[in-house]
Design a protein around this ligand. Structure first.
Ligand code: SF4
Ligand code: SF4
Length: 296
């Protein structure tokens, strides 16, 4: 029988072999320290029309309630930094949306990881989440030792910066939990705050999502306020301004995963004349064979 240290090391090794860029493991204790900040953020209305964020707050703040018997959280990052980007003068789509919908790609990889754990490492039950349930994924990633939360509220990993997708696999077995929390390395830098077109980063680490372009041009229900419209510029889907300005993203490696390679249309379509509906369909399109494949 393997001990938890060995089991944990084997799981992390398997996650990296499947193609994840980084993997860390943490427990599912409640987010007591983070809870007041989350509640305060909601009370300010910084979630805009995303009322779902107010629901299931107890679950959001206590990950063990999310999946039955969840004892451990295996947190993974997947680098999505693309090799080439849409030229600056053209209508912009955020880089995270260039390839196949990440929810699908990361979830499929997590399913493969769970299957590998069950058949090759240790019998267990698990549930995978990718930005699709009330999970404080960034807080879990910090706890798992995968980075710190930057002033723009994104997770920053030393090796991969903030261009990563986060996925979580909750399992019903005890593992060895990370004890090395990354320090906040933002220091005196304020580049993301200065680069934000709508001043959505109201103070370090506090993002007013209701002003964030990434929310306004994809998630917001209703008319975009006239006061903010002029600042959206040529951003059609999402916004990369705070990401592009971050020094921790300048020297990070690009990904080489086939699933995340840009859809041809991202570079060839006349994005300026595409309807919102067509754009959404393009961004959220499933791969042709309805299967996400192999990690690199
Ligand atoms: S995504 Fe754009 S609008 Fe939102 S905080 Fe970053 S720079 Fe500001
Ligand atoms: S731009 Fe500077 S302040 Fe903002 S997240 Fe990056 S390092 Fe931190």
């Amino acid at each position: 029988m393997k001990d938890t240290t060995r089991i944990t090391a084997d799981i992390i090794e398997a996650a990296l072999k499947i193609g994840f860029s980084a993997c860390g493991v943490t427990d599912t204790r409640p987010f007591d320290r983070e809870a007041p900040y989350v509640i305060d953020w909601l009370q300010h209305g910084y979630n805009g029309t995303m009322s779902y964020m107010e629901r299931n707050l107890d679950v959001r703040l206590a990950p063990s309630l999310l999946a039955e018997n969840a004892q451990s959280a295996i947190v993974v990052l997947l680098n999505y930094k693309p090799l080439r980007t849409i030229p600056a003068g053209r209508p912009q789509v955020a880089k995270y949306a260039y390839g196949t919908d990440y929810h699908f790609v990361v979830k499929e990889m997590l399913r493969r990881l769970l299957k590998h754990i069950q058949t090759e490492i240790i019998p267990c039950s698990g549930t995978a989440f990718v930005d699709s349930a009330p999970v404080l994924e960034k807080a879990l990633a910090v706890r798992a030792g995968l980075g710190w939360i930057g002033k723009n509220s994104l997770l920053i990993n030393r090796k991969y910066g903030s261009m990563t997708f986060i996925g979580t696999l909750f399992v019903d077995i005890p593992l060895q939990y990370n004890t090395q929390i990354e320090p906040d390395l933002c220091g005196n830098c304020n580049r993301c705050i200065e680069a934000c077109p709508t001043k959505a980063i109201v103070s370090p680490h506090i993002l007013d999502a209701s002003r964030c372009v990434s929310y306004l041009n994809k998630t917001h229900k209703g008319e975009i306020p006239d006061t903010l419209k002029p600042f959206i510029g040529n951003r059609l889907w999402g916004c990369d301004s705070c990401i592009d300005s971050c020094p921790y993203n300048s020297k990070t490696p690009t990904h080489n995963m086939s699933e995340l390679m840009p859809k041809n249309e991202i570079f060839t379509l006349d994005l300026g004349n595409i309807s919102k509906r067509q754009l959404k369909k393009l961004i959220m399109r499933l791969p042709d064979n309805n299967q996400s494949g192999t990690g690199s």
